[in-house]
Design a protein around this ligand. Structure first.
Ligand code: IPE
Ligand code: IPE
Ligand code: MG
Length: 225
């Protein structure tokens, strides 16, 4: 039976969820933040799961209207400040991935602060992907190691990435079947789950079902069974 160590989620569908209710898109982001908390709590109680990596803001999401981007930045700041106590209570370590240098100084400080204050937690690692794009991550990694005397190895590149851990289960909510520049290297052998549920409607029962289905999949990694 497969054991799941690393779950990664493309949390998509917030805007459509709100629009279906006749609300502004940002209402969907707010509802989505509550689901982040629920899913993180659920994963923190499952001792097999070591990492939960959540796509929160992509390198391409800057293309959205300025007001929506600003709302997302404020929501992130508020979420991290409000949830610090929960991270500590659940023994969850917060590790952002992505290039956060593009964010305001004050948001960078909030991110660093939560990262530092949870650094001693040795339960689940919750990674939020913030200004994250896999192509950008790979480029930054290559630039870090390009002056090495020797040829770059797979291990060297993997260790230079923000996220150094292979993904077991990759979930995308919201009905689309694409990766949108998320964890392209780390998902080389991930099991992919696409569900129509919009992120604010995604429940721990949905996740439980996916984990159950995952356990019985025959993962061959290119070999034979
Ligand atoms: C995902 O939901 C959250 C972010 C990208 C920040 P969307 O905002 O993409 O919602 P839809 O896909 O437009 O419904
Ligand atoms: C992917 O969703 C990014 C996040 C969930 C943060 P998008 O809504 O940005 O992806 P596309 O534009 O539909 O590919
Ligand atoms: Mg979307």
């Amino acid at each position: 039976m497969n054991q799941v160590k690393h779950i990664a989620i493309i949390m998509d569908g917030n805007g459509r969820w709100a629009e279906l209710k006749g609300e502004k898109r940002v209402k969907g982001h707010e509802a989505g933040a509550t689901v982040v908390k629920n899913i993180t709590t659920y994963c923190s109680h499952n001792k097999d799961i070591e990492r939960l990596t959540l796509y929160a803001f992509s390198t391409e999401n800057w293309k959205r209207p300025r007001l929506e981007v600003e709302f997302l930045m404020k929501l992130l700041d508020r979420y991290l400040k409000n949830e610090l106590a929960t991270y500590l209570e659940l023994n969850v370590r917060f590790e952002p991935i992505g290039d956060i240098r593009a964010f305001s100084k004050s948001l960078q400080k909030t991110i660093k602060d939560v990262q530092d204050k949870t650094a001693h937690c040795d339960g689940l690692v919750q990674s939020l992907a913030l200004n994250y794009g896999a192509q950008n991550e790979i480029l930054r990694a290559v630039n870090k190691i390009k002056n090495s005397e020797d040829a770059i190895t797979q291990e060297m590149l993997s260790n230079a990435l923000d996220c150094k851990h292979d993904v077991d289960i990759l979930i995308r909510t919201g009905g689309d079947h694409r990766l949108s520049n998320f964890l392209l290297w780390q998902s080389a052998y991930a099991e992919l789950f696409f569900c129509d549920t919009l992120w604010p409607d995604f429940t721990t029962a949905d996740l439980e079902k996916i984990i159950k289905d995952f356990t019985t999949i025959e993962r061959r990694f290119g070999g034979l069974k």
